[in-house]
Design a protein around this ligand. Structure first.
Ligand SMILES: *Cc1c(COP(=O)(O)O)cnc(C)c1O
Length: 417
């Protein structure tokens, strides 16, 4: 199969091994990454290594112990080749990362990463458009541990330095923000965080490393819900956090202290999803862009919140910093009330109603962002106050024309009453 010689020797170079040949483009890495011969044997994919106990040769072997790195059999909680393969593949996709820790969900990844860098007495700055469970986590789990959370307006770059104090230890960024899709100036905000001595963490679920190189743009820790694009089939929950050197060690040690482990069956599913993630993202991005353009021309729509769409909020920063998009975007109804929005949502046939996104099938959820904001306004200044009812779409792999027809029918049903 022509695997890299260093990888075929069973050297178990571990999680801090050099990434794949950096000359390979992301599409090639998606295919090759993590497929060490010693993990796959003579088949294409690493088998599902179900294991709690790992066996040692003899007493001397047991006494010798094992390095605390992926790639070394020790005990099931440190994973086996199926999980190591996934972690290594994700590391190879994230430029600048030296290791990746896997978590049983995206929320577990965010919690695990925050717990790794925060201690009692610290202040965490969190973007005001963060995924709502991140907000809830900060105000419950972290508050109980003596960590104070302060929310900031991600679009107020000038005001950002003033948000820091002596105790600020970490900043949680997310871009585009959940539901409302604002793109912030991540390189600038991450640079300010570094200057102030705070660790910057980015929830990079929307773009994935294919669309945004988090560490390359100055973030310290890149977090993903693998439930979305990597799983890609709405049948799996998992999360990851990737980082360089000392940050990776902290993530790993904290995850082990918490007993964090993902099942090898789920890791195999995630690896399967990962191999086709590039083509799925290309296709859903292209369809989403067509639908976003079409929605922008509808009388029923006040704003389309899709960073890939020229002229939409955040498009300039997206074009400057990102190398890709995905099928997730939102729009805001012009006027209308909640009952009209419910008629629209209920009239859709091809869009399932439900949380999550990144699957092969399209989804819709209504949202009201103003409900949770504390540091930034929703609707934003300059928008009509009556234009506030949001709808988020996750575009799957269906034909764009069919999705458009479904949306068209739903608009008619919305105003038929
Ligand atoms: C879904 C999501 C998460 C959480 O991931 P789970 O795997 O569902 O726990 C975190 N961040 C963002 C931006 C998400 O959309």
């Amino acid at each position: 199969m022509g695997r890299r010689p260093g990888h075929a020797q069973g050297t178990g170079a571990g999680g801090l091994s050099a990434p794949d040949d950096p000359k390979h483009r992301p599409a090639t890495r998606l295919v090759e990454a993590g497929r060490r011969k010693e993990w796959t044997g003579s088949v294409v994919n690493p088998p599902v290594w179900r294991a709690s106990t790992h066996l040692y040769e003899d007493s001397a072997d047991l006494a010798k112990g094992r390095p605390n790195e992926d790639g070394h059999f020790y005990y099931g909680r440190r994973g086996s080749p199926t999980q190591w393969s996934l972690a290594e593949a994700l590391t190879e996709l994230e430029p600048g990362a030296e290791g990746t820790v896997l978590y049983p969900s995206g929320v577990a990844a965010i919690a695990g990463a925050l717990l790794a860098v925060l201690k009692s007495g610290d202040v965490l700055l969190m973007t005001d458009n963060a995924y709502e469970p991140s907000r809830v986590m900060a105000k419950s789990l972290l508050a109980d541990l003596g960590v104070e959370v302060r929310f900031f307006d991600p679009l107020d770059r000038e005001g950002f330095p003033a948000a820091f104090c002596e105790r600020t230890a970490a900043v949680l960024l997310e871009s585009p923000g959940s539901l409302t899709m604002e793109v912030c100036d991540i390189p600038a905000l991450a640079a300010i965080a570094r200057e102030k001595g705070a660790v910057s963490l980015l929830d990079n679920t929307w773009a994935s490393p294919l669309g945004f190189a988090a560490l390359g743009h100055g973030c310290d820790i890149s977090i993903m819900s693998l439930t979305k694009h990597v799983g890609g089939h709405s049948d799996l929950m998992m999360g990851s956090a990737a980082a360089a050197g000392s940050h990776y060690r902290k993530l790993r040690i904290k995850a082990q202290a918490l007993g964090t482990v993902v099942s090898p069956d789920d890791a195999a599913l995630a690896l399967r999803g990962l191999r086709t993630m590039g083509v799925r993202l290309d296709r859903s991005t292209a369809t989403a862009l067509r639908l976003a353009e079409w929605l922008a021309g509808r009388d029923e729509v006040a704003h389309v919140l899709c960073p890939m769409l020229p002229g939409a909020p955040g498009h300039e920063l997206w074009r400057r910093d990102f190398t890709g998009g995905c099928g997730l975007f939102s729009f805001v109804l012009k006027g209308r009330d909640a009952a009209a929005r419910a008629r629209f949502v209920d009239a859709l046939d091809l869009f399932g109603i439900g949380y999550s996104w990144g699957g092969f099938e399209s989804l819709v959820v209504p949202f009201d962002a103003g409900r949770v904001r504390t540091a930034s306004a929703w609707p934003p200044a300059g928008w009509g106050v009556e234009d506030r009812l949001g709808i988020r779409l996750s575009i799957g792999l269906e034909a764009a024309e069919d999705l458009m027809g479904d949306l068209d029918k739903a608009f008619a049903a919305m105003d038929a009453a």
